[in-house]
Design a protein around this ligand. Structure first.
Ligand SMILES: [Zn+2]
Length: 397
């Protein structure tokens, strides 16, 4: 009658002596997407990838979900990156770690993030290699369908006299200890000094020097990258570990791709909606029109409008916009606008027919003081652009 639950309650949720029988708790490993035998470097890498992806500042549209994920990623990393906590977790599970009574438990997820990414690196660790930034052009069709792009990455590496990639000939600058920046003290007045940080003068900010017989060469690496549906102009895609080798941190830097969306001749994008302007005749505007749109997914859309269309008419075709970035199953709308093209002139016979069709509203045309001349209107700027019309020329003569 005193079964497992009694025992568990007594021990506050975990049973210390049943470690050999209990199923291994993989939850924290699953959160970071790693195996139980992951090395500390792999654990850190997994955390870096996920924490970057789910940082709440980067997920403005789904902040709530991102907050939750960011918290659980941080907690998993906090435990698995600490050898003592990891040992207890591996043996007894998460509850046991929570009950360690460790004052250092439950750090703010943002503090953990800053210690891995920002703060520590800036102060104690050598400067990380700059990411390689590459602009990629994509079309509206790419945004609609998603796509895979082959991209040439301009890279650098150090080779030895045999032409083999080799970083043993790099010597850390002794003045700045490889950081590329130094503290300089300046006298700014009698008994007054100011400390200033600046580029190391000895290595010109590189942090290292090459030995004889070693040289840095440029080369190109091809990588394939998936562009997600719904991508927007200026979106950044970070590809970790594909950048230049960082000999100080002994890891590869990142590649940052910046999306440049090319303009489309037919469709104009506004967030997830597309705008399409159809030119129609006066006749079409009065009797309605049927036309076909070659859509970006290669479908031909037949549109029938059986009503009077003006320049202000706006119609909407639902679900024929662009997919949402975070939920590609949802699409925006295709919004139709119209531009009525008027004839340059009509003749008297046509006028007579139109008079018969449209009942002309009688205007009071008899009560006036003077009948004035009407000419085309051009602004001053327009006249300048046209090289001056008669009026302007008159002034110069
Ligand atoms: Zn230096």
């Amino acid at each position: 009658m005193f079964g497992n639950s009694f025992f568990e309650n007594l021990h506050g949720g975990f049973s210390g002596n049943s470690s050999s029988n209990r199923k291994p708790d993989n939850k924290l490993y699953n959160i970071l997407g790693i195996e139980r035998d992951a090395t500390p470097i792999q654990i850190k890498k997994a955390y870096r990838n996920l924490a970057r992806k789910w940082h709440p500042d980067k997920n403005i549209n789904n902040r709530e979900e991102a907050n939750k994920k960011f918290k659980s990623i941080s907690k998993a990393y906090e435990i698995l990156s600490d050898k003592k906590k990891k040992d207890i977790y591996d043996k007894y599970g998460e509850e046991a770690v929570n009950q360690m009574g460790d004052n250092n438990m439950g750090h703010d997820p943002f503090d953990i993030f800053n210690s891995v990414f920002g703060g520590m690196r800036r102060n104690n660790r050598p400067k990380s290699v700059e990411p390689i930034v590459v602009n990629i052009k994509i079309t509206l069709e790419d945004v609609y369908n998603g796509c895979v792009k082959n991209i040439k990455i301009p890279k650098k590496k150090v080779i030895n006299s045999n032409g083999i990639e080799d970083y043993s000939g790099i010597n850390k600058c002794d003045k700045c200890d490889g950081r590329g920046i130094c503290n300089y003290i300046m006298q700014i007045g009698p008994g007054m000094i100011q400390q200033r940080q600046g580029k190391c003068e000895k290595c010109r900010g590189f942090g290292y020097k090459l030995s004889k017989n070693f040289k840095e060469i440029k080369f190109t690496e091809n990588i394939t990258v998936k562009i997600p549906k719904g991508s927007e102009n200026d979106d950044k895609i970070v590809i970790e570990g594909k950048g230049n080798y960082d000999h100080l941190n002994e890891e590869n830097g990142d590649v940052v791709l910046i999306i440049n969306l090319e303009e489309n001749q037919k469709f104009m994008r506004e967030q997830q909606n597309l705008f399409y302007t159809k030119e129609i005749s006066v006749f079409d505007s009065l009797v309605g029109i049927s036309f076909i749109i070659d859509f970006i997914n290669n479908e031909k859309l037949k549109v029938d409008i059986n009503e009077i269309i003006t320049n202000e008419t706006i119609k909407c075709i639902k679900d024929y916009g662009l997919p949402l970035k975070n939920n590609p199953n949802i699409k925006g709308s295709l919004i139709l606008k119209f531009k009525i093209i008027y004839p340059k002139k009509i003749n008297d016979k046509q006028k007579e027919i139109l008079k018969k069709v449209f009942i002309k509203k009688k205007e009071n045309n008899n009560d006036y003081d003077i009948s004035v001349n009407v000419t085309d209107y051009h602004t001053y700027e327009e006249r300048e652009q046209r090289g001056g019309d008669e009026n302007v020329e008159c002034v110069h003569q």
